[in-house]
Design a protein around this ligand. Structure first.
Ligand SMILES: Cc1cc2nc3c(=O)[nH]c(=O)nc-3n(C[C@H](O)[C@H](O)[C@H](O)COP(=O)(O)OP(=O)(O)OC[C@H]3O[C@@H](n4cnc5c(N)ncnc54)[C@H](O)[C@@H]3O)c2cc1C
Length: 487
């Protein structure tokens, strides 16, 4: 059947925002935009959601975001909780005590479950998702963006966001540079059943991983393990790895193949590390793997993309709805580019620490010792889990720019008040007012709130935009983040 041709000159813009790619980043962004009644279309080239199951780790900040949007209870039954520890270069150390979060664990969960859930959530909120639509062209002008699909169909929107993964077509069409390092080493990773008894596997893994890395077999339950071995010696990069490749590598490294069989999925990945030079060119933005790639050590890629989406969603919605302060949309790159830079750096460091060379092994031993110091262990865990992030909002209270953990408030818990993606003034003085901003920001006067400051203004992404008790100062900060008052 010939494709329906929608001429670009059809004056009205069909959508406010077109999102390219329905992975975790695109689906989360669509849902965030729908909270603000933005007309959203998601274009996804694959006709069906991914069927292979890759278990990913949702880290603390992402779990908090899910709780902030009322999604966590739907996600938890599909995952497996593990302690928030042992991710940094797979150095086995216990979780630091008293991590500052109500959700201080790692949730191991199949990536397709997260993607399906976020897609369902976005659709339930009113987003349109069209599968089997590969974007081939993107052009922008003063009024909007024209998107051309592979079959020639054209669509118009006011903005477009490329959430189309590491090989992003949108990024290439924009001509945005993607500097960094190409892959130096390759690793095999997969999930499969293991025939050997669990105690035997655990003992052998503990012994071998002292000297050989990357190497692990981690149980996911029901005899299924995540297996990681170096790809060195396994030929033909172009061909997907086989279970025989894993058996061969395991025998070479551990002297046994642990009876691995029945793979769920097998993959090969490199340690290429790249970061987009810009996250925005006019009306077109980039988020998730389209903007940054790095090795999966530490399990941060999906988390980073979902967090990009929550940072961008309300800002782009404000732009579309017409109340965004002039520079608000540019704070997306200003805040998220340095966060990605930091993740790229920590993965570079982790890759070095996994090298079997004597130098990196010595650094690893030293760091392993240092991680016995609670402060060092805590710093690394807070970095990887995203709860240590502090955006630069200027000088002031130590809370400024950080996310606030889920605290008890008189209605129950703080995150329960953030489901709608609006700003929130937490007011222990009970005399602050919102006046012209009450259409964008909620007000909770609660002297009982578990806070040791008089008032806090939270952005829709849960980051602290203001701390204090002075009304005039608050009004200035409301203008900075939420635009002009309504009257
Ligand atoms: C082995 C491995 C293990 C990992 N483990 C973890 C982990 O434990 N924790 C973690 O946080 N991350 C992990 N990651 C990383 C994580 O999988 C990615 O960071 C995540 O999928 C990125 O999400 P995204 O939505 O930005 O991009 P993607 O998931 O790549 O989604 C992009 C979507 O865009 C679509 N698309 C592409 N081009 C077009 C086009 N032209 N038109 C329309 N649609 C298009 C694609 O079909 C796809 O659906 C791992 C990665 C690997 C390889």
């Amino acid at each position: 059947m010939p494709a329906l041709h929608v001429p670009a000159d059809r004056a009205s813009l069909d959508f406010d925002v077109i999102i390219v790619g329905c992975g975790p980043t695109g689906a989360m962004l669509a849902a965030e935009l729908r909270l603000h009644d933005v007309r959203v279309l998601v274009l996804e080239k694959d006709t069906e959601p991914a069927s292979f199951v890759r278990i990913v780790g949702l880290h603390i900040r992402s779990l908090e975001l899910m709780a902030m949007r009322g999604l966590l209870d739907r996600i938890l039954p599909h995952g497996r909780r593990r302690p928030a520890a042992g991710f940094f270069a797979a150095i086995a150390k216990p979780e630091p005590k008293g991590l500052d979060s109500a959700y201080a664990y790692l949730l191991g969960i199949p990536q397709p479950v997260i993607v399906n859930l976020l897609e369902e959530h976005a659709i339930a909120l009113g987003a349109q998702v069209r599968r089997g639509c590969a974007v081939a062209g993107v052009e922008q002008d003063d009024e909007g963006v024209t998107t051309t699909l592979a079959d020639g169909e054209r669509l118009r929107s006011r903005y477009l966001v490329g959430c189309d993964g590491a090989r992003s077509t949108v990024r290439k069409l924009l001509g945005v540079g993607f500097p960094g390092e190409p892959a130096r080493t390759e690793t095999l990773m997969g999930e499969m059943e293991v025939g050997a008894p669990p105690e035997e596997v655990a003992a052998k893994v503990a012994e071998v991983s002292e000297t050989r890395r990357p190497f692990w077999l981690r149980p996911f339950g029901n005899g299924v393990y995540s297996v990681v071995v170096p790809a060195a010696g396994i030929s033909d990069r172009a061909e997907p790895p086989t279970i025989e490749d894993f058996q061969q590598q395991l025998r070479a490294i551990a002297g046994t193949d642990f009876g691995v069989h029945s793979p769920r999925w097998l993959s090969r990945f490199g340690d290429a590390t790249r970061l987009a030079e810009r996250y925005r060119v006019g009306r077109v933005l980039l988020a998730g793997d389209a903007a940054h790639i790095h090795p999966p050590i530490g399990g941060q890629g999906l988390n980073l993309g979902v967090q990009d989406a929550v940072n961008l969603g309300w800002k782009l919605a404000a732009q579309v709805r017409g109340w965004a302060p002039e520079t608000l949309l540019d704070t997306y790159q200003a805040e998220r580019h340095p966060v990605a830079e930091d993740v790229l750096d920590n993965t570079r460091a982790q890759v070095e620490l996994l090298s079997p060379e004597p130098g990196p092994q010595a650094v690893r031993r030293l760091l392993t010792e240092l991680m016995d110091l609670d402060e060092v262990n805590r710093h690394l865990i807070e970095k990887i889990t995203g709860i240590g992030i502090r955006y630069d909002f200027g000088t002031g209270s130590d809370l400024l720019g950080r996310r606030l953990r889920d605290i008890a408030v008189k209605q129950g818990n703080l995150y329960g008040l953030l489901h709608g993606g609006r700003g929130l003034l937490l007011d222990r003085t009970e005399r602050l007012t919102l006046d012209g901003w009450s259409d964008r920001v909620d007000h909770l006067a609660d002297p009982t709130a578990e806070l040791d400051v008089p008032g806090v203004l939270l952005r829709p992404d849960g980051h602290v935009a203001w701390v204090g008790e002075d009304q005039r100062d608050l009004d200035e900060h409301l203008s900075r983040w939420f635009g002009e008052p309504a009257h």
